[in-house]
Ligand binder design. Structure first.
Ligand code: ADP
Length: 163
């Protein structure tokens, strides 16, 4: 059985992330979506909110689990018995950072392979930051964020800025 971990900030989860999770769930036996605490000291959503949101929108995938961690990805994967870390590649600009991370993870955990999935054409330019920027201006988010969490994203803004 191959377990893959898909890590990120998911602040908030976008349709691009969800597309990647769906595709990974078809390839690997078990996918653990792990929300990582990171250097971003001012996330829009708390860790608890993000775990709940990701759990809600991935409920239809039986082999997908949701977790959170402040460990290094290489250590987390080892602890979970995961042999694969999945990452998404959008523009060329993702490539350098992702390659660097893959090499570091390999050094820390030689049993761990990084699998890159290209972003779907539809979501190539989509990021959590873009969703937040759009929400700030009161734009329609239905093409960018899972419908179950759009209300929650909108509720964080009052039309002029973050509440
Ligand atoms: P991080 O802070 O680790 O970059 P993100 O939540 O922004 O966390 O992204 C997590 C992973 O999802 C990364 O591998 C990123 O490249 C990928 N990703 C983000 N947006 C998309 C998208 N629109 N399509 C495909 N992959 C994406």
């Amino acid at each position: 059985m191959t377990t893959a971990v898909y890590t990120g900030s998911f602040d908030p989860i976008t349709l691009g992330h969800l597309n990647l999770i769906k595709r990974a769930s078809r390839v690997f036996d078990r996918v653990i979506v792990c929300i990582m605490y990171n250097k971003d000291k001012n996330p829009l959503f708390t860790m608890e909110e993000r775990v709940r949101q990701v759990t809600t929108v991935t409920a239809r995938f039986p082999n997908v689990e949701v977790d959170s961690s402040d460990m290094l990805v290489a250590e987390y994967a080892r602890m979970k018995g995961a042999g694969v870390v999945v990452r998404g590649l959008r523009a060329v600009s993702d490539y350098e950072k992702e390659c660097q991370m893959a090499l570091i993870n390999k050094r820390l955990n030689p049993d761990l392979e990084t699998f890159f999935l290209p972003a779907s054409e539809k979501y190539m330019y989509l990021s959590s930051s873009a969703v937040k920027e759009l929400a700030l201006f009161g734009a329609d988010l239905s093409a960018f964020a899972p419908r179950e969490i759009i209300g929650e994203i909108e509720a964080k803004y009052d039309g002029k800025g973050r509440k």
